[in-house]
Ligand binder design. Structure first.
Ligand code: HEC
Length: 195
């Protein structure tokens, strides 16, 4: 029995001591220009997906996809989100891979995630990534409208397209054939929103 307990103690010392040493010696690359490895990526995705699924409100988007709401969503998106997530004028942000994990490009392929999950992520952000919590900066209503825009940008009514173009500062670029690079959100989908 004593040998067994000593075995457990030694194992714990090796595991925690080894972990401490790795951190203490500076062996973990902390620069944002180090893309996450595949195991880190899948574990982190699992953690975010499960937590968001458990905490996002179980409700429909209260911001109906009217021309006014979608135009307002486009305006907020271009002002607050496009820098990292891509804009109507430049569908793939040059900053896309400058985050670790990379920033998903949200106006190159229409996301399928439930509106409430996207709303929760927008409000609370994601720890240890570049995704800020917008709570207190945007109202809940503004966040719902932004999410509504993200789910409908491929089929906007003409007034909302005009609002998006004004906010983006010029004509909309068609979705880009995004090579399967990290954070590029895969292949484009649908026609150019401006056409
Ligand atoms: C400074 C850069 C930055 C800004 C500005 C930013 N985000 Fe993000 N966002 C990120 C990064 C990086 C991630 C990836 C986080 C991860 O992998 O868990 C992310 C993830 C997300 C996701 C999850 C997407 C998915 O496919 O899982 C949503 C939704 C989102 N952001 C919405 C927004 C909205 C809406 C705004 C504007 C109100 C915004 N973000 C502004 C960097 C940013």
């Amino acid at each position: 029995m004593r040998g067994f307990l000593a075995g457990i103690a030694v194992t714990l010392i090796v595991v925690f001591g080894g972990g401490y040493l790795v951190i203490n010696r500076g062996w973990i690359p902390v620069g944002a220009d180090n893309p996450p490895g595949s195991w880190e990526r899948s574990l982190a995705h699992m953690a975010v997906d499960t937590y968001v699924e458990a905490h996002a409100p179980k409700q429909e988007n209260p911001a109906a996809p009217t021309a006014a709401n979608l135009g307002e969503g486009a305006r907020i998106y271009e002002a607050r989100c496009a820098l990292c997530h891509g804009s109507g004028r430049q569908r793939i942000s040059p900053l896309r891979t400058k985050f670790s994990p990379p920033a998903p490009q949200l106006v190159n392929r229409v996301p399928r995630d439930p509106d409430a999950n996207f709303w929760w992520i927008t409000k609370h952000g994601v720890r240890l990534t570049g995704m800020p919590a917008w709570d207190g900066i945007l109202t809940d209503d503004e966040m719902w409208k932004t999410v509504s825009f993200l789910k409908h940008w491929d089929k906007l009514p003409p007034e909302a397209v005009a609002a998006w173009e004004t906010a983006a500062g010029g004509p909309l670029q068609p979705p880009q054939p995004a090579a399967r690079q990290p954070g590029s959100a895969g292949a484009p989908q649908g026609a150019a929103a401006s056409k």
